[in-house]
Design a protein around this ligand. Structure first.
Ligand code: FAD
Length: 278
C-alpha cells in the first residue's frame, strides 16, 4: 500500500492511501504553469535518483555579446554547439539576436547540449553560419567580381544583399574591418577573413536563460530505475512515473508532449491492470 504523498504547494495537506500512484508532476520549466520541481523531491523521497536537471529548449546567453548591436534582428542561420571543441549538434532556421545572446527555434534545438556542458562547467562555444542556404564560395565570388570591377562602394554597401543592415557592422568588426573600407581595397586575405567570419561567427556561451524561460527540462528521474514496459518504478512497487519528470527530452516538434502522453497512457493502463503489467 502506498501512502499518497502530501501536496507540496497546498496550504493544507491531505493524505490518501492508494495501492498504485502515478507521479506525473512534470519538470521545473516554466514553473508559473504549475511544475516547480517538487515532483523531483517526491521521486527522491521514494528512492529515486536524478540525472542533473537543466533548462532545455531555451535561449543562450553570450559572453561580451559581439552581436548586441544587432539585437532585434531575425535572420536565417545555422547554429552549431561545441563543448570543449567537440561538436555536439547543429540546427538551421530563423535565429533571433537579442541584447544578451541568441534565441529562436534553432537555438532552442541545440540548447540542451550547452546547458548540460555548462552544468559541468565545461567551456561552450557556438558558431553561426549566417549564409546557410548560400553555396560555399558564392559570397567570395560576388566580392571578387565587385573588386575586379573597381567598385567604389563600401564593403558595408556590398554586403547589404546578403545580410540585414544591423548585422553587417558586427560581422565587419569581428573580421577586423572598418565599415567604410572600399571594395577595391579588399585584398584576398581580408576577403577570406570576412567570408570566414560570416560562415563561422564565434560566440562564447556563458549561460542559458533560466527555467522560467525554458520549455522543457533535460535530466530527471533515471530511466534505468523504471520498467520501460509498464512505467513502474524499480525502486518502489506500485509507483509509476510518466512525462517530463523522467530523464527524457526532445527537440521542438511535439516530441515532449508525445512522450508525456505515451508514457502517461502506458502508466495508466499498467496501474489499473491486475498484474501491474500489460
Ligand atoms: C511554453 C511551453 C511551450 C511548449 N511547447 C511544446 C511543444 O510545442 N511541443 C512539445 O512537445 N512540448 C512542448 N512543451 C513541453 C510540454 O508541454 C511538456 O513537456 C509536457 O507538458 C510535460 O507533460 P507532463 O504531464 O509530464 O508535465 P506538466 O504538463 O508540467 O504537468 C504536470 C502537472 O503536475 C502538476 N504538479 C506539479 N507539481 C505538483 C505537486 N507537487 N503536487 C500536485 N501537482 C503538481 C502541475 O501543476 C501540472 O499540472 C512546451 C512547454 C512550455 C512551457
Amino acid at each position: 500500500m502506498i501512502h499518497a504523498v502530501e501536496s507540496i504547494s497546498a496550504k493544507e495537506t491531505l493524505s490518501i492511501k492508494a495501492d498504485k500512484v502515478i507521479l506525473t508532476c512534470g519538470g521545473m520549466a516554466a514553473p508559473v504553469l504549475g511544475s516547480d520541481g517538487s515532483g523531483y523531491t517526491l521521486a527522491k523521497s521514494l528512492g529515486h535518483s536524478l540525472v542533473p536537471v537543466v533548462p532545455a529548449l531555451v535561449q543562450l546567453r553570450v559572453k561580451n555579446n559581439p552581436l548586441r548591436q544587432a539585437a532585434g534582428v531575425r535572420t536565417d542561420g545555422t547554429v552549431s554547439i561545441y563543448e570543449n571543441h567537440k561538436f555536439m549538434g547543429a540546427d538551421t532556421g530563423e535565429l533571433q539576436i537579442t541584447d544578451y545572446g541568441i534565441s529562436g527555434i534553432p537555438v532552442f534545438q541545440v540548447s540542451r547540449h550547452a546547458a548540460k556542458a555548462l552544468y559541468y562547467k565545461r567551456p561552450v562555444k557556438a558558431e553561426i553560419d549566417f549564409l546557410p542556404e548560400i553555396p560555399l564560395g558564392t559570397m567570395a565570388a560576388v566580392l571578387r567580381y565587385k573588386r575586379k570591377k573597381q567598385d567604389k562602394s563600401s564593403i558595408m554597401k556590398a554586403m547589404l544583399g546578403f545580410f540585414h543592415k544591423k548585422l553587417i557592422p558586427c560581422l565587419l568588426k569581428n573580421a577586423g574591418m572598418k565599415p567604410d573600407l572600399k571594395i577595391s581595397e579588399l585584398n584576398e586575405p581580408l576577403l577570406q577573413s570576412l567570408v570566414h567570419t560570416c560562415r563561422h561567427f564565434p560566440l562564447t556561451i556563458s549561460d542559458t536563460n533560466g527555467f522560467e524561460h525554458a520549455q522543457v527540462c533535460a535530466g530527471g528521474v533515471r530511466l534505468t530505475e523504471i520498467n520501460a514496459s509498464t512505467m513502474e518504478s524499480l525502486r518502489c512497487g506500485g509507483l509509476y512515473l510518466a512525462g517530463e519528470i523522467l530523464d527524457a527530452d526532445g527537440i521542438c516538434g511535439g516530441y515532449n508532449l508525445q512522450w508525456a502522453w505515451t508514457t502517461g497512457y502506458l502508466a495508466g493502463l499498467s496501474a489499473v491492470s491486475d498484474e501491474g503489467r500489460l
